[in-house]
Ligand binder design. Sequence first.
Ligand SMILES: Cc1ncc(CN)c(N)n1
Length: 216
Amino acid sequence: MRATEHLQHSVQQDWDAATDHQFCKELADGTLPLAKMRWYLVQDYKFVDQFVRLLATSIAHAPTLADGVPSAQFLGLVTSTENTYFLRSFKALEISQQAQNADTAPATADFQALMSEAQTSGCYAQMLAVLVVAEWSYLTWADRYTNYAPDLPFWYSEWIDLHTGAGFEGVVNHLRGQLDGIWDDLDATQKSGATTMFQRAVACERAFFDAAYGAS
Ligand SMILES: Cc1ncc(CN)c(N)n1
């Protein structure tokens, strides 16, 4: 069994809760209340800020240029197409600058702290563990909803598009392949550190959707 599959099975309950969340169901069928989506967009943009730093640091730790290039290309996508998705959604949903500057919610702060810990660990495996969870869990939920209605507003439909398709599957396969590929050469302490990061990241994903769905 692949190391990443084994890691996922070790937190199956949290994984299932995070990847089959009511928030995503309602996002995909267009019934998600806008207040919840506004909360999500504002808080997720704060997530993305720290995510970009983590991804960039992981590229600096990739063993070879070939190992880093797919993540570098993904970094380009997050800081262009995904970034403008947020900006267009803020505008379309009339989320003022003041609303965008809302306090960081506890679920967001916890996730930011985890990403910062992975980023500054100096350990490529720990960085990958968090990145794998962030992207693989999103591919898993978004893949359920690719047949959304044609009139679904773009702030819902494009969020699904950004996390599905061959390009995004390639990102997830690359990140998983990086972690699977180095796993056997990690010592017990490194494996334990990466395992803890993976498990905490899945708990953060679940808590983030819970917080977004609880927003009003
Ligand atoms: C909380 C969270 N996790 C993952 C993703 C996918 N990049 C995201 N945008 N936000």
